[in-house]
Design a protein. Sequence first.
Length: 407
Amino acid sequence: MLGTLFPLSPYQQCLYHQHTYGISSPANSMILMLKLRRFNDSATLISAFQQTLNRYPYLKHAFTLQENQLAAKTKEDATTKVHDLTTLKADQQTAFIKQQAEQSLDPSEQLCEFHLFRLNDIETVLLFKWHHMAGDIVSSGLVFKTFFDYLTQKPDVGDVNADSYEEFVKWQQEFIHSAKGQTAREFWQNKMKQLPPAGRKEPLDSHSGAISHFVIDRAQTGAIKQECAVKRLTFAQYFLALFHQNLAHLFRYDRVLTMMPINNRPNKAFRETIGYFVNFVPIVSHQGEFDQIKQEMTAALNHSSFPFNLLYGAEDKTYGNLFEHVYKYQDEKVFAYDSTLEVEKFGVKENIVSLDDNLVEYPRGGLSLIISHSDDTIKGAFHYNKKRYSTEEVVKLQDSYLKSIKL
């Protein structure tokens, strides 16, 4: 049954209209995929999932258009499926799990689903998937931690304000129409006029994704920390500057343009709110100069409360694919959880399903760099569309990038 008009943020509206135009992707899903050993109690796992949904009822919503208005409907039970794959060979198990993981969620039907794949008597694969409209990377850390809290029966999971994202949407609308909002709008309008043509291409009709990983060890990570301290740069600024430098050199750009997702939670009240707070903004430099990147990122952060996609309109299907290059920096601690179960991140120690190889679309038809920082090491990955970039080009870019960060 449909409820009242649901207040979506401009960020969510952009994702929804991409869905209505058929621009769907596994990259629009937030995923937790784990292998659990000696824990085949499906009822307990499903119960923890349902308890998580009860704590965050926002995840039970689906969205539909009625008379040109976006309304919400509540689904009492999200999809939960148990798959017995014990009779299949290992490669058949892999193919089946990959197929389920890659299927895009339809936000008009459901925002999340839960799968269990029984591989044998002692191993089960867990897939917890939810649509990006429901939350960002910070939200996923909160949701997945809550799931493990229920699974391990922690006595006090805590309370949550179920309506807090709606409060954010109201706050954002007030900001957009305020004097500060108008100043931010003018800032982005002026930025639009300065965007170089390099890095802007029409999206391809289809995606053929690939990924190239690299790891920076503890010693090198320590050296980079010292270098950033000397230059007064953050890690995010440092790695973006080097990305711009290498793009300018290899592709002969006079100026470099990348899109960068910024997680904009404007105040402490929304720090533990489940919702989508990501604002994709442009970062421009001449040749990746450190000072210029620092200034660009600082200015972008200072104006990030104004949704950049409003300059295009929520129904502009090209916005999500506006830029050829994307840079994403994330802190891995957001995924930290404490579990007494014997679990391992699926696909890391045993290459049964290489999830990252299939969930690649930043953007549709482009080349992107994702940097993940933990306390000891830095992990990176170049995501690219094989229909636009050859493996040789990406290997050359990665080699050049790694050489530029050796101190």
